[in-house]
Design a protein around this ligand. Structure first.
Ligand code: PYC
Length: 310
């Protein structure tokens, strides 16, 4: 199985070029659901140790159903497919450029939650016009075990997020363990209280915000991902959810830039235009770098060929 690894603002992506499972025909959402239902061994074997680690997001290239798209892409971790993945989309654009498959300019990629438009600015920089993003609930308070009440907003940015404005823990790399512990507890509290996204969807990403370290930026965040790893980047879909909340609060005008720092200090530049469904259409700009080209080997006698599960 041929893969290309990259990182976007520190967050790793592994693009699977070939050798993935046969997902049959149908819409990308149907094929993504099939990947999740029938091929989690494949997902875990690609992203987890001993070939990867729990922060790696896989990006499986599949034929698009929309002929205007360069490719279809299903992003996944070891648990599920991700509707959209901002960092993986930027990583994919840079990977396709590295392979000579796309040149600077505008391109469309098909994801399970819709078509996104990507502008490749140069070999490492890309902007993603994401799917329409919106806030579902403002100021939801849940009782977090061992901590007390925590208030946040529920918003969609291509994935479901719970966004907490003032992190009670400092947003520093040295605090990643307590930040992870707190966000896991917040997620459990949401589940216990029955707080969900639309149609009962699991809120699988938790975001904490605080002041930026660099005064040139607007904010810093910590993002818990579904598998329990933290996002090294400011999270493309998380920034989309954030900007939907800022727009709903009337504190950021269309077209104005918001520079979001991650917990490791990497940044995305984000802005939005009003959407047609009452939400916003975010544009997320970031940088990715290819780190390796590899062939993954799956030896039938290897007891850990399907990954080391948590
Ligand atoms: O950039 O959207 C994102 C993302 C989701 C999970 C990890 N990164």
């Amino acid at each position: 199985m041929r893969v290309i690894d990259s990182h976007t603002a520190g967050e790793p992506t592994r693009v699977v070029l070939d050798g993935g499972p046969d997902l049959g025909s149908g819409s990308l959402a149907e094929r993504a659901a099939r990947l999740e239902a029938e091929h989690l061994d494949f997902c875990a074997s690609v992203v987890l140790e001993p070939r990867g680690h729990d922060a790696v997001i896989g990006a499986l290239l599949v034929p698009p159903s929309d002929p205007d798209c360069v490719t279809g892409v299903i992003s996944f971790n070891n648990l599920q497919n991700l509707g959209m993945c901002g960092h993986a989309t930027i990583g994919l654009a840079v990977t396709l450029a590295h392979l000579g498959r796309i040149a600077p300019g505008r391109h469309k990629f098909e994801t399970p939650v819709g078509v996104v438009e990507v502008t490749l600015h140069d070999a490492n920089t890309a902007s993603v016009v994401n799917v329409e993003s919106y806030r579902l609930h403002k100021d939801v308070t849940v009782e977090v075990e061992g901590h007390g009440p925590v208030t946040g907003d529920v918003a969609w940015g291509g994935n479901w997020f719970f966004l907490v404005k003032d992190s009670p823990v400092a947003l520093r790399p040295s605090e990643i363990r307590p930040l992870t512990d707190l966000t896991l507890r917040i997620r459990a509290a949401l589940e216990k209280a029955g707080v969900t996204g639309s149609e009962g969807a699991w809120i699988d990403h938790i975001e904490l915000f605080g002041p930026p370290e660099d005064p040139a930026n607007q904010s810093r965040n910590f993002v818990l991902c579904p598998g329990g790893a933290y996002d090294r980047s400011p999270c493309g879909t998380g920034c989309s959810a954030k900007i939907a909340c800022l727009a709903a609060d009337g504190v950021l005008a269309p077209g104005r830039d918001w520079v979001q720092e991650s917990v490791i200090g990497s940044t995305y530049r984000v802005s939005y235009q009003p959407g047609t469904g009452g939400g916003v259409v975010p544009t997320v700009t970031g940088q990715a770098f290819v780190t390796s080209e590899a062939t993954l080997i799956f030896d039938r006698s290897d007891p850990y060929r399907s990954g080391i599960r948590p």
